[in-house]
Write a protein that binds this ligand. Sequence first.
Ligand code: AHG
Ligand code: MN
Ligand code: MN
Ligand code: MN
Length: 322
Amino acid sequence: MKRLNSQLQQDGAPLELILLIRTILAGCKEISFRVSQGALAGVLGSTLSENVQGETQKKLDVISNQILKDTLRESGYVKAISSEEEDTVVPCNPDGNYLVSFDPLDGSSNTEINSLIGTIFSITHAPQWMKPDDPSAFLQPGTQMVAAGYVLYGPSTMLAMTTGRGTHLYTLDKTHGGFLVTDSNIKVPEDTAEFAINASNQRHWEEPIQQYVKDLIAGSEGPREKDYNMRWVAAMVGDIHRVLCRGGIFAYPFDKRNPKMPGKLRLLYEANPMAFLMEQAGGLADTGQGRIMEVMPEEIHQRVPTLLGSKNEVLACLSYYK
Ligand code: AHG
Ligand code: MN
Ligand code: MN
Ligand code: MN
């Protein structure tokens, strides 16, 4: 099986980017180990603190964030990082050539039940003019990403990653500690009969998504003329992995409760990396108003509505927005 380095070289990734990716993955392997120890190492449960988004931090949110932050700061490749668990950007090496944004632990609530969780990351170039503590350099549209991916801490530890030359799936071989390519250039089926949405928010949705989901649920007796199945992992990494592997549509749509908080998922370290992976696998990623990767961020923790998945299903959903 092909190793990570060979795949990245084949895809034309420059050496420094390869080294940076390997640094991130070294951090993820440590997270994978901590996560697997669970209650034995006392890493489960909540802390007494809240993050900048007003969420109570789990112990594993804090541990994972610290691991990635330390690893990236020591590496020298990175000028600054932004993280779900950091209020502002964290300055690193002033001479670093890259910026990394990450969700250190996605699906925090699943830590309590030994269920799917992951780490999501995106990488862009660091502009020369940038001061390491300047958040404005992070405000680049997703089209500027040079690499993005997630590591899924499931029954096996998997990596989905793209550098813009297709999306590849890797599996961590714990016997030698390296990621091996287990599926290259994956293609998301264009059609699907599966959707993922938190239906308990239905009353807060806007009209287009209300009508779309109503028609999915109507199944073969409705205008879509086929029966759909629904899944919700409560961790975006799990839901998106399912869609990448077998097709589907994942949606966390605009929510009327709080106009300042459009949707739940964060652009820099959740929506954008997943959009890059999805598009590179032939799927679509939209906000309902346009391509996710073309949204110009206004702040590092900005949230966006998300519709991602099988091409024809996302197009069908978007037709309700016209
Ligand atoms: P995080 O654990 O990083 O805060 O992200 C949780 C996100 C995402 O992973 C998931 O799809 C969604 O929240 C689940 O939302 P619900 O609470 O509505 O199920
Ligand atoms: Mn969180
Ligand atoms: Mn998350
Ligand atoms: Mn998180």
